[in-house]
Ligand binder design. Sequence first.
Ligand SMILES: [Fe+2]
Length: 428
Amino acid sequence: MSPTILQIPVSRLRVGMYLHKLGGSWLDHPFLRNSFLLEDPKDLQRIIASGIQSVWIDTARGLGLDGPEASAPSPAADDEPDGRANASTTAGLTEAEREEIAQDRMPERFRQPMQSAGPVALHAEIERAREICLSGKQQVMALFGELRLGNSIEPESVLPLVEEMQASVLRNPSALISVARLKTHDDYTYLHSVAVAALMLALARQLGLDPVQTKMAGCGGLMHDLGKAFMPLEILNKPGRLTDEEFAVMKTHPAAGARALQEAGAEAGVIDIALHHHERMDGRGYPHGLRGEEISLLARMGAICDVYDAVTSVRAYKAPWDPAGAMREMARWEGHFDKRIFNAFVKTVGIYPIGALVRLASEHLAVVAEQSSESLLKPKVRVFYSLRRKEKVLVHTLDLADPACQDSIVGPENPEKWGFTNLEALWL
Ligand SMILES: [Fe+2]
């Protein structure tokens, strides 16, 4: 089989090609992802304007070049920039598809869903996501158990689980992260690890990280808090605020976890997430008070996923924040998170994440049931309460992205304030 990944100069890039990789670091270019189907002529202009010299395309997933470069990777392609209008890039297309491309529209078979939606509907993935959460929780419990007994662990033992989680995230990024958010305070420590891993994998996908980094993000998410196995149970399970002395003890968990992972021969990226997931961009985090770029990309991702899941989960001493309120609050925190990664995180989880309670312009309350591929502000919601009549209404689904829909979200609402319980029943 001939290779499908070709390096080409940017001058030969066309709408309809699948970008496998952009030259340079992902921080240097204007896209959150490194690989995507180039559908919008404006994106092509942005790539040209960014000064990137060459890109890699995947001809199995989009249009290819026609000519000698088409059959083999061409490291020399950079040396022969070529501005010719490449009519032959449309070889292999039907007449109708050529016509569509000429009008800057993407033929149907090259279209792909946006990041917020996967190829499988949410409800179809929920059951598998539940099973993954259950088996994830058991595996994390087993790791904690081994460490508490003073035994060593095998970090690579979680790889099949991480691969399963990644496959779920690719089928539908919302299912696993939504299910993993639901936990009781009893299983918090273990399910929190599963939730952070799910968020890390979905965020890695949004950022277009390569497979090695993605795997590291998932494994690191799963094992980021292993150091808590060494914390005294009376502090770990204390129902209430920690004293300064207790907090000082808890602050040793990143180093304790990193040490255990190091001894077990874990990958450097995984150890780094365990050690630095409590660092802050402004240098006010722990254990090392690192600042900005001193904190690795994976650890900066870990900090965001860790906090989001912690604040939206039930704990012994506090009610969970509603997911949309948590997103809004976290966006306001100065100096805590890497803003660029946080923006990608918002695109991953949604401004109004699944399960969020929202107030509609029509004076109704609704729960977010599915993200929209059209807009982060226009998810599908399940309407269940009339604010005017102050009573429940027959539950119905509203697609806010539907051009025919007149309603819109005014803002998030706190379920605590309303005393609603079991809102999950509306979207699960
Ligand atoms: Fe932690």
